[in-house]
Design a protein around this ligand. Structure first.
Ligand SMILES: C[S@@+](CC[C@H](N)C(=O)[O-])C[C@H]1O[C@@H](n2cnc3c(N)ncnc32)[C@H](O)[C@@H]1O
Length: 323
């Protein structure tokens, strides 16, 4: 993938702040997601010859590639619900690695039924790198408050009907308040919800800039180092894509899908996501079904964060199935 142009530094910083996902070099046509914590993923997944690994968040395939390259005799089954990413980045990887790589389109929240339908065997390790990819942020409508686009925010339009605009234009004030307060931990959630309900009577929400501009009028400029719309956009994105519910459904299914001694490695970018993983691991450890391999959460070092700001909020936890 040719990288033809670099983003202006200040815009890059802003976009990295807005999504806690950071940025990558941007080609004029396509963004390529830069994977985070690659060495740590390999350390905890510990790929071995003749074993099979499941990457449920293929994205641009950075982690899948690292696994395949690290252990030349292993196989990877890679899943993503974003058909465009799977096609753009999966097909070339498939050409390179042949039958060592299998690509599957699907939602990891539906892992139980997906593995049956696709006849996916139990595996030796599972990787989940939650959240959005940089392709979503930079190339798809709705995710970025610094680029005017339709307020969509769906990671997989084929799996989802409800857009961010629909949520803003149809939800009652109390519901909007709940989304911003709980998922965004936004201090001004009440005022923002109220302003949205007033504003949409005059003109329904259609674009990212409409929402970003409204939020800017409510949050005092002095109270934020980052763009004032950061938390509102994050909350809406989590809500539209049911990200927390998907993780909750995924974790027990992943556990079932692992062979004995198989490992589950999860990377989260949001404290609520990380809490789901941490609580699930602790609960299972207390039942004696798995062993937590990361008593202290793993985060990126300064050097990685400097080179890839998306790593700044990444938190990795790993566990091994023991029954
Ligand atoms: C942070 S990116 C992963 C990047 C990837 N590890 C790489 O190296 O390029 C997250 C990916 O997970 C996918 N995703 C998010 N929720 C999903 C779900 N419920 N089911 C399947 N894929 C999902 C997104 O479409 C996105 O491509």
């Amino acid at each position: 993938m040719k990288k033809q142009s670099r983003r202006d530094a200040s815009q890059r910083k802003q976009e990295s702040d807005e999504v806690e996902l950071g940025l990558d070099e941007q080609s004029s046509t396509v963004t390529v997601h830069k994977p985070v914590l690659v060495a740590e993923v390999l350390e905890y997944l510990n790929p071995k010859p003749k074993k099979i690994y499941l990457d449920v968040t293929f994205g641009a395939g950075g982690h899948t590639r690292a696994i395949l390259e690290k252990e030349p005799q292993c196989k990877v089954i890679a899943l993503d619900w974003d058909a465009v990413s799977l096609e753009t980045f999966g097909d070339p990887l498939k050409e390179e690695f042949g039958d060592r790589l299998r690509l599957v389109w699907g939602n990891f929240a539906l892992l139980y039924s997906l593995v049956k339908k696709e006849k996916i065997p139990q595996v030796d390790g599972i990787l989940a790198d939650f959240g959005t990819s940089q392709m979503h942020i930079f190339d798809r409508p709705g995710f970025s408050f610094s680029r005017d686009s339709a307020l969509d925010m769906r990671m997989s339009p084929a799996h989802q009907q409800v857009t961010a605009a629909h949520v803003l234009n149809t939800s009652c004030e109390a519901k909007l308040y709940g989304i911003f307060a709980q998922l965004g931990e936004e201090r001004y959630a009440r005022q923002i919800a109220k302003a949205i309900v007033l504003q949409r009577r005059r003109e329904p929400f259609q674009t990212t800039i409409q929402l970003a501009e409204l939020v800017k009028t409510i949050i005092p400029a002095y109270s934020r180092k980052t763009n004032p719309a950061t938390k509102v956009f994050q909350a809406l994105r989590l809500y539209v894509n049911r990200e927390l519910a998907n993780i909750s459904a995924f974790l027990p299914a992943a556990f079932t899908q692992l062979k004995k001694e198989g490992r589950l490695v999860c990377i989260s970018f949001h404290s609520l996501e990380d809490r789901l993983v941490k609580d699930y691991f602790n609960e299972q450890e207390n039942k004696g079904t798995l062993q937590v391999l990361t008593p202290k959460v793993i985060v990126a070092g300064d050097e990685e964060v400097k080179n890839n700001p998306s790593a700044r909020s990444a938190k990795l936890r790993a566990a091994q199935k023991i029954i």
